[in-house]
Ligand binder design. Structure first.
Ligand SMILES: [Zn+2]
Length: 313
């Protein structure tokens, strides 16, 4: 089973408290690290989570320009420089934030490594990252300022080679990669051995995770997120305060759960708590609509398929 792990470093809204820092998560997908948002304490939280390694962090995705999602980025980059980073770092952000962030980084930080900026389109979903094993898509949010969530999806793994068959047909090692990728094999006498006789499907479904940072209840994203394994969705307000949620362009716990139900996810993780609420009440509100809901906390590690453990924070 390949690794697909979500570490919640911070899950509060707006204001850091002694209980919660603001939004920051790190995904470990096949030992590649991806940071989602970067709160002011992000680098300290990253260090505390000692299974995370700065050297493996090459991609940072910022959902939008509100400070509780991005104030830690210049500090983190500055520290990376002091730690001697030389590898390029990829930053993904909306077009309104990018020039401001460039200016702050240029003014405050001496960065000896290359920063590659990727501009997000906040109006429609786009594929923004791809490698052999996975893709990342942006998810347009509805938040009053340009804002994107992010959808991480593993690709279907290639079939497993049946070595007893490839040995029996005396197939050269140089041909095995092509066969693993789906090619048939032609024997020297012209006989075609179909791929289905040389490989078998791997019994492991691709895993997926959607991070929905700040948004009004947003049915526009349902189709893109259909059947995602795990959904993280903000729950800044209780449904009793839905008027305030609409005014501030956030969601209620009930709406997050309605989203989870509509897209047929397996697991909802709620977060982005306002300090005015007891999280247990928000969790109960969400679970009344979508029972398989858990409440994020700082230091929570969620491994797909469904396993939770806690870091020493
Ligand atoms: Zn916001």
């Amino acid at each position: 089973m390949t690794k697909f792990e979500i570490t919640i470093l911070g899950c509060g809204a707006a204001l850091p408290t002694l209980r919660h820092f603001t939004t920051t998560q790190v995904l470990n997908i096949h030992e590649k690290f991806f940071m989602l948002d970067c709160c002011e304490a992000a680098q300290i939280l990253f260090l505390k989570a000692d299974q995370l390694k700065f050297g493996k962090l090459d991609h940072i995705f910022i959902s939008h320009r509100h400070g509780d999602h991005c104030f830690g980025l210049p500090c983190l980059l500055s520290s990376m420089s002091l730690m001697g980073r030389v590898a390029p770092l990829h930053l993904y952000m909306t077009p309104d934030l990018e020039p401001q962030m460039r200016q702050v980084i240029d003014f405050f930080c001496h960065i000896p490594f290359e920063i590659v900026f990727h501009t997000l389109n906040p109006d429609q979903p786009e594929r923004i990252y791809e490698d052999k094993e996975m893709v990342v898509e942006s998810i347009p949010m509805n938040h009053g300022v340009p804002c994107c969530g992010f959808l991480f999806k593993e690709k279907q793994k290639p079939n497993r080679l049946l070595r007893e068959k490839t040995d029996a047909y005396d197939i050269p090692v140089t041909q095995l990669a092509k066969i693993k990728d789906g090619a048939d094999y032609v024997l020297p006498n012209g006989t075609v051995i179909p791929n289905s006789k040389l490989t078998e499907p791997i019994d492991e479904l691709p895993k997926s995770y959607a991070f929905c940072s700040d948004t009004l209840f947003n049915p526009n994203m349902f189709e893109q997120l259909r059947d995602v394994d795990v959904l993280y969705h903000e729950t800044t307000f209780s449904d009793a305060d839905i008027d305030r949620a609409v005014e501030w362009k956030h969601s209620t716990a009930k709406q997050a759960a309605e989203t989870a139900r509509a897209i047929n996810t397996k697991q909802l993780i709620i977060g982005h708590y306002s300090t005015r609420y007891d999280e247990a009440a928000l969790l109960a509100e969400a679970q009344a609509v979508f029972p398989n809901t858990i409440a994020a906390y700082d230091g929570m590690v969620f491994t797909l398929p469904e396993k939770t453990r806690s870091l020493e924070f």
